[in-house]
Design a protein around this ligand. Structure first.
Ligand code: ADP
Length: 248
């Protein structure tokens, strides 16, 4: 039987900024189709980790292995995006003056990782996909609405829909629940759960209710490496994790 190769494997990654080790021997394996939450106190290195995976920041040491054979640390940000690694930053960045539907359409037509500029003819296949993604993010009833009129939560879902339209294999999502209502937070957890399986999803998050709702494996980062890993119940019962969160 073939060895179960992790889709994404960080091996001994280090990155310093002015002598300060923001990432310090970080090793992490994520399986294809997995939903993974990455938590940790401020300054733990979560953003830097995402920057390293996406080629925005280069590590000083270590490897980031994609699908068992590609070292992402040798590829630039645009190249990583082309491989099918999509990133959603914390703030929603949708095309405010376009309709919800046209936002999805623009994303469909753009190459991965590139901001779309124009679109032309609408094929039946394109219309089918637009409908599918709108349905997926539950914004079908708002398809003609101008994106600027959406709530914060709806804009976040629209951006997730735009990422989905680019059919990434791995989605990196940075604090999607920040600024959301409780109801939106729970809907977002359901959306990400529905995406996982067919795609791999890594979520960086602070909101523990949201992480609980994701009901997935949790990695706790601290001082640039993995402090604990397992279910939320497992990691949150650990004395060292509690200490890190309480700052003792
Ligand atoms: P988190 O996202 O978990 O809050 P970050 O990855 O943003 O953590 O930061 C980890 C540490 O690295 C912090 O102490 C931060 O100040 C430092 N850091 C991150 N990026 C830079 C940078 N470009 N220049 C200097 N220090 C940085």
């Amino acid at each position: 039987a073939p060895l179960n190769v992790a889709q994404l494997y960080l091996d001994g990654v280090c990155r310093s900024f002015d002598g300060f080790k923001a990432i310090n021997g970080l090793s992490l394996a994520v399986e294809k189709g997995e939903l993974r939450a990455v938590i940790g106190p401020n300054g733990a290195g979560k953003t830097t980790m995402m920057d390293i995976i996406t080629g925005k920041t280069r590590p000083d040491e270590g490897k980031v292995v994609w699908n068992g054979d590609t070292d992402l640390t040798r590829i630039d940000e645009a190249g990583v995006a082309r491989l099918g690694i999509g990133r959603k930053f914390q703030k929603p960045t949708v095309f405010e003056t376009h309709s919800v539907e046209d936002n999805i359409r623009l994303a469909l037509k753009a190459p991965r990782g590139v901001f779309p500029v124009l679109f032309d003819r609408r094929s039946a296949e394109e219309n089918r996909r637009v409908t599918e993604y709108l349905d997926r993010i539950r914004l079908t009833h708002l398809r003609a609405e101008t994106a600027a009129n959406l709530s914060h939560g709806q804009k976040q879902w629209l951006e997730i829909g735009m990422l989905l339209a680019q059919e990434p294999q791995l989605l990196l999502v940075d604090e999607p629940a920040a600024g959301m209502t409780d109801a939106e937070t729970m809907e977002t957890a359901e959306l990400l759960k529905s995406i996982a399986g067919e795609r791999t999803v890594i979520v960086v998050e602070h909101d523990m209710d949201f992480v609980r709702a994701l009901n997935c494996r949790v990695t706790v980062l601290h001082q640039g490496s993995v402090l604990a890993e397992g279910s939320l119940d497992h990691v949150s019962a650990r004395e060292d994790v509690i200490e890190v969160y309480l700052g003792r």
